[in-house]
Design a protein around this ligand. Sequence first.
Ligand code: TRP
Length: 389
Amino acid sequence: MIDVRHRPPVGLLPTPSGPASLPAGGSLGGHTAGQLLRLCEVAGLGAADAAGYAQVLTTALGPVALRPLSLPAPSRSFLSDDHTPVEFSLAFEAGQAPSLRVLLEPGGGVGGLARSGRSGLRAVRALARRWNFSTDPLDELEDLFFPLSPQGPLALWCALELRPGGVPRVKVYLNPAASGAERVSATVREALRRLGHPQAFTTLPESDRILFLALDLGDWDVPRVKVYTAHNNLSAAAAGGLSRKEDGPDPTEIEAFFRAAAGLENGQDTVLDRRPGLACHAFTESATGLPTGFTFHVPVRDYVRHDGEALERASALLRHYGADPAQLLDSVAAVTSRRPEDGTGLIAYLALAHQAGRPPRVTVYISSEAYRVRPPAVLPPRPGAVQEA
Ligand code: TRP
């Protein structure tokens, strides 16, 4: 285990130099809020917006924001590998400044799923009151996703797209296994039906697991309902066949993304056998009932020796899609002072999103690593790989 270096001293009191109301740097809230403030600066957000967003983050984390980093993670959060209940991401579109997002587990996931679900609902409703948006779609699903004795790996996560102006777009992630692993299909089918997509479930590809149902809440042009599916031992060809969206993407584009993100030479035939690839289908108002969005995620962290390699792949993909990797590299420097080569998992996923009417987007997920840095990997040779002489 590598220690995270340059960590500010532990303390519960506000730092004299920082904004008065943020927790100190040696706490979970101080650490993640500091990362967020620096990321906002890289993203070109104004200081007032950044301070507001950092405050929202620490408020949503609740009491665990004050928890010293010298203590273990507050829960076994499934949100990140080291159980930090916070993760950042940057979404890049050709020729545009990337947009910054933060994913978090309200309350830090403490106290079990039932309590965590209540903190989650409370946190989302507080955001809704503050920015005056409706939680109706979430309220309609409460009995399905917040039963008395919930099961599964999470209760509720919340993501904020940090736009200029201080009003984020909000996304809520729900756990389809809440009412039992054996009820996942029924739960997702019923949720989609209640949200006005009665045909959606039957259009989804076959998968090994349905991971999340996600809702866009707040100020979206076209709010989506998204279903995330996990696919074990996925090959490039199989990935190319996952999308059920009308009008593309072309399977060859997904295959090429798969190979570039997973680090496979063209033609080399192997599969994602360490952690599944994820597909996400988005449903919006549509006459056909077919999804209008498709995103493919590669858990790049399990297919690299270290983050230097992950960043090279991310940069190549960004250039391929007409985006400038400079801001990614600056963002990495904003979250950590360690060298990318000294660990794995800072870059958790690389994803390619296609949404009807919009250019493709490449998303890079950046871990907070508040608790642990995974050492660089010594990858065994892949069974299918050709050994170099
Ligand atoms: N940590 C989980 C995973 O790796 C969940 C998760 C966190 C995730 N961030 C994500 C899944 C981004 C997809 C995309 O699967």
